[in-house]
Design a protein around this ligand. Structure first.
Ligand SMILES: [Zn+2]
Length: 377
């Protein structure tokens, strides 16, 4: 979902980026605000309408980034890492590294965004009043920004996942029942309800009012909220069920390993082609020296494969991304996704415990879950 992005810069280590789909909402907003200003102020020259529209729309997206920064900075202060803030077709999203560990964390991270939007609404409102006497376009633009930030704050407080209000709702249910899962279920249920209501509002706009574009847009947002709520619920429950599962529980003991002296050609002929291994460890006895993959091999010209020992192509042991036997399943999944790894050795210091292969990882986790479920009845 977050491929094809343009990185704008970094704020406190958080990447601020724009997804290609953002262009759609940018053009829609420019067109609708531009048309609105032109109609409301027929006396303004075209140039003034255009500059006011552009400046106001850009300030609106800066406000959205500020809202997401609100969530992010509180998250970081509470120990939850934040990878990026992405602007996309439905607004902005802060990509948090993990679930909150307490109801309080969840509550404060969630409310921080709407609090920023409320504050911006107040500031823009005051500035709009203050500039009314000497610049009509400036005051009108600021007034619109005050209103839209107020709408963003209120809309986001609707208690359905994935809206901020859904997270607040989740935190409150969590706090009063002491059960994080009940909180999540309630918030996903709220999210479904909000999505269905919103869909009905969109349909009513199309059929009863004849507001075709606006109505369809509301229906698309409803669909987005529904799919996101369902996916968040599923992802959360999967992570919950993986809890307690460690790398040692699903690592393969059957570790492909070759001696450092064999040539690349020998590795291809005797290990890659007959066994279908795309990678293997390089080592002597119990000592791991490095890891070699097909992409490492491709960097070496083919006519040198017979003469080059495999050790010349490998990633040396000290630069290897590895996990320990105690690493949680959740962390292994995150590491594999983050670095796009196809294989991870399981090691404690220099001791080798096993091997995790990406293509078999999910299958192996699924089997684990299935067996656990049966065991519990
Ligand atoms: Zn928010």
């Amino acid at each position: 979902m977050f491929k094809s992005v343009l990185v704008l810069g970094h704020v406190r280590g958080i990447r601020i980026e724009i997804h290609a789909s953002w262009l759609v909402i940018f053009v829609l907003l420019m067109a609708s605000l531009g048309a609105g200003l032109r109609q409301a102020h027929p006396d303004w020259p075209m140039m003034v309408v255009m500059t006011t529209t552009l400046a106001t729309v850009l300030a609106f997206f800066a406000s959205i980034v500020a809202h997401e920064l609100g969530h992010s900075l509180v998250a970081i202060r509470r120990g939850v890492p934040v990878q990026a803030i992405t602007l996309f077709i439905f607004g902005g999203v802060a990509q948090l590294g993990r679930d909150s560990e307490s109801a309080n964390d969840e509550f404060w991270i969630a409310v921080a965004g709407p609090v920023v939007s409320f504050a911006l609404a107040v500031i823009f409102g005051i500035l709009s009043l203050a500039t009314a006497a000497f610049s009509d376009p400036l005051s009108v633009g600021l007034g619109w920004l005050a209103l839209i930030n107020l709408v963003v704050a209120i809309f986001n407080l609707i208690p359905g996942f994935p809206l901020d209000g859904g997270r607040v709702f989740r935190a409150l249910v969590w706090k009063y029942t002491g059960d994080a899962r009940k909180g999540m279920n309630a918030a996903v249920m709220g999210g479904r309800l909000v999505a269905y209501l919103l869909f009905a509002v969109g349909l009513w706009n199309v059929l009863a009012i004849g507001n075709l574009i606006g109505g369809l847009w509301i229906m698309v947002i409803a669909w987005f909220l529904l799919t996101t709520a369902e996916a968040s619920g599923k992802g959360y429950h999967l992570r919950q069920r993986l809890q307690g599962l460690r790398a040692r529980d699903f690592a393969s003991r059957d570790v492909p390993m070759v001696e450092p002296g064999i040539s690349i050609q020998d590795w291809i002929d005797h290990h890659v082609l007959p066994q279908g291994n795309r990678s293997c460890l390089v080592g002597e006895g119990d000592q791991v020296l490095g890891l070699v993959t097909l992409s490492d091999i491709r960097r070496i010209p083919r006519d040198q494969w017979t003469a080059t020992p495999i050790a010349d192509a490998m990633t040396p042991s000290e630069r290897l991304i590895r996990v320990t036997a105690d690493t949680s399943a959740d962390d292994v999944l995150q590491l594999v996704n983050e670095h796009n790894l196809n294989q991870v050795p399981v090691m404690d210091g220099d001791g080798l415990h096993g091997w995790i292969d990406r293509s078999r990882l999910l299958r192996s986790l699924e089997l684990h879950l299935e067996l656990n479920r049966n065991a519990r009845g």
